[in-house]
Design a protein around this ligand. Structure first.
Ligand code: PGA
Length: 251
């Protein structure tokens, strides 16, 4: 049975001085739920939040440098994150893929660095509106998975989480219908079974991301293959985020 996971991606929002209060509200409002909560703030906030992790609540980072240490100005390593009690790292988010042309080359190395350090990866994939309009979404996501996991020989479903985030739904107020999301999640499970094994396909948690709100979360959560959500905008309001999380509280 896959344990549900609802993750907050704060992106470049929230001041450090507000971070603890906001994250603590999320932690308290979700403490009675049977699922995992991850909050991924900007790097500058992590040290201020490193006492928050508990049985249902973990910290995430929004990026990591693939090298262990050295002359990499502005880099943050896996060991630095672990020292601050970070457990998850978001890798491959479309906003980074778009803003940094080299990102695609770095994604496999970042994944490897996390797995070697025993950090869990929330790997993001998803197609643009043009790709969907031309009915190429399955090819596109399949190609992303093929290239980002080209050299990964063994799949560890404890440490690898996939987030399907159609670019056209991120921050736009448009959401994939539950059926569209479910269809892609099934496609990703089939890909995992084909490349790795039956267990990889069955045990991997696959999240949906893209304008998830309290008002649309329960229909998304009702799908069998959607194990949680990666939430941007709505994660900045603790009550809204907690209402989303409740939809995946499947005791
Ligand atoms: P959104 O962002 O919920 O604001 O659409 C989701 C994400 O980018 O992870």
């Amino acid at each position: 049975m896959r344990r549900s996971l609802v993750a907050a991606n704060w992106k470049m929002n929230v001041l450090p001085s507000e971070a603890f209060r906001l994250a603590n509200s999320i932690k308290l409002l979700t403490s009675n739920l049977n699922l995992e909560i991850v909050v991924a703030p900007p790097y500058t906030h992590l040290a201020l939040m490193s006492h928050l992790p508990g049985h249902h609540f973990s910290l995430g980072a929004q990026n990591v440098h693939p090298e262990k240490a050295g002359a990499f100005t502005s880099g943050i390593s896996t060991e630095m994150l672990k020292d601050l009690k970070v457990e998850y790292v978001i890798i491959g988010h479309s906003e980074r893929r778009e803003a940094y042309p080299n990102e695609s080359l770095l994604i496999p190395r970042k994944i490897e660095a996390c797995l070697n350090s025993n950090l869990k990866v929330i790997y993001c994939c998803g197609e643009s509106i043009e790709t969907r309009k031309s009915h190429e979404e399955f090819n596109f996501v399949g190609n992303q998975l093929n290239s980002d996991f080209l050299n990964l020989e063994q799949w560890n479903s404890n440490n690898l989480i996939i987030a399907y985030e159609p670019i056209w739904a991120i921050g736009t107020g448009l959401t994939a219908t539950p059926e569209q999301a479910e269809e892609m999640h099934l496609f990703i499970r089939r890909w995992l079974k084909n490349k790795y094994d039956q267990k990889a396909g069955e045990n991997t948690r696959i999240l949906y991301g893209g304008s998830v709100k309290a008002s649309n979360a329960s229909s998304i959560a009702s799908m069998d293959n959607i194990d949680g959500a990666l939430v941007g905008g709505a994660s900045l309001i603790p009550e809204e985020f907690a209402a989303i999380a409740r939809c995946w509280d499947k005791a």
